[in-house]
Write a protein that binds this ligand. Structure first.
Ligand code: FDP
Length: 320
């Protein structure tokens, strides 16, 4: 199945291949179910929440009265999406534990084989401005939380952009799906299978404040700029990484001189994305070690996060 593209992709002559032949599209549930039937069922549940989420987006735009464990002001949408995902994971009967960026603790939800870590709404500051945001998740098989990233069984994300897309990865590959279509509007159909980071990275993006970046980060950013790589920073990890997945490059929310442990949450953001980057042939580092190898000491750990093409990560690491 490696490298397959869905029958609805547009060909170079501009005609949609749907117009040429109507081959049946491959659904997310079928695809992931072919890898592992329980994973197929779980991902179908997760993806099945997208239509409800999209419906609520125009309504739940206000700040909530609460803050998360990191002291950040929550949005109504943060809280609502967290509950929506936790309830769906519990109802699936496939999950034992859930931990999320919004809860700050591990919740026992049943006796299933999976444990799930998630950032229900990644990029919440983009809600107000209607820019890209999404949901990131990681799935462990028969592992108690918090667990090391290297033990992830699968990981993925949803993007609520102009189109709703779903990316999932197992150790053997990364696959992308899009929601919609004339036959099953709520279903996710395969767009691309076995995605690999393009060999010559085009983009770079670095969060935080240039004045506060460590000398290694400043120097490497200068190097990428001199190589005329294009700067893209959108303020949501999921959206920024998704660009790297498609165009190749380097993305970081780095160590800063006043924040050596970075901003991104190891379990809910950095591990799932590093897992996907590696499954697509790329790499993820904290600057001192592979992200997936970081020992799980607490559910609220943060790590400096650098992901992207392997050659760029290696060049970055050679500066230390
Ligand atoms: P947000 O706080 O808006 O949910 O770690 C969360 C995150 O977004 C990332 O998705 C995003 O890349 C980063 O924070 C944005 O941080 P800055 O506002 O410092 O750019």
């Amino acid at each position: 199945m490696e490298g397959r593209k869905n029958s609805r992709t547009t060909s170079r002559d501009g005609t949609s291949s749907t117009e040429k032949r109507r081959a049946p599209s491959v659904s997310l549930a079928q695809h992931a179910g072919g890898f592992d039937p329980d994973l197929g069922r779980l991902l179908e549940r997760v993806a099945g929440l997208a239509p409800r989420i999209r419906k609520e987006l125009p309504i739940r735009r206000d700040p909530a009265t609460t803050r998360n464990v990191y002291g950040e002001q929550q949005l109504e949408l943060d809280v609502w999406m967290n509950d929506l995902f936790v309830d769906a994971l519990r109802d699936s009967k496939l999950v034992a534990q859930v931990a999320s960026e919004e809860m700050g603790h591990v919740k026992e939800v049943g006796r299933g084989r999976f444990s799930v870590v998630l950032d229900p709404l990644d990029g919440s500051s983009n809600v107000k401005s209607n820019n890209i945001f999404g949901t990131i998740f990681g799935i462990f098989d028969r592992k108690a939380l918090p667990a090391r990233g290297t033990d992830l069984f699968a990981a993925g994300y949803l993007i609520y952009g102009p189109a709703t897309t779903f990316v999932y990865a197992t150790r053997t590959g990364v696959h992308e799906f899009v929601q919609g279509g004339d036959v099953h509007p709520d279903e996710f159909a395969l767009i691309e299978e076995g995605i690999r980071l393009p060999p010559k990275g085009k983009l770079y993006g670095i969060g935080g404040h240039r004045d506060k970046w460590t000398p290694e980060v400043k120097a490497f950013a200068g190097e990428l700029e001199r190589e005329l790589m294009n700067l893209r920073y959108g303020g949501s990890f999921v959206g920024d990484f998704n660009q790297i997945l498609h165009y190749g490059g380097f993305f970081a929310y780095p160590a800063q001189v006043d924040k050596p442990a970075g901003k991104y949450r190891l379990h809910f953001e950095s591990n799932p994305i590093a897992f996907i980057a590696e499954a697509a042939g790329g790499a993820g580092t904290t600057g001192t070690e592979r992200i997936l190898d970081v020992a799980a000491t607490g559910i609220d750990q943060t790590v400096p996060t650098y992901v992207g093409n392997r050659d760029l990560i290696e060049r970055f690491l050679s500066r230390f």
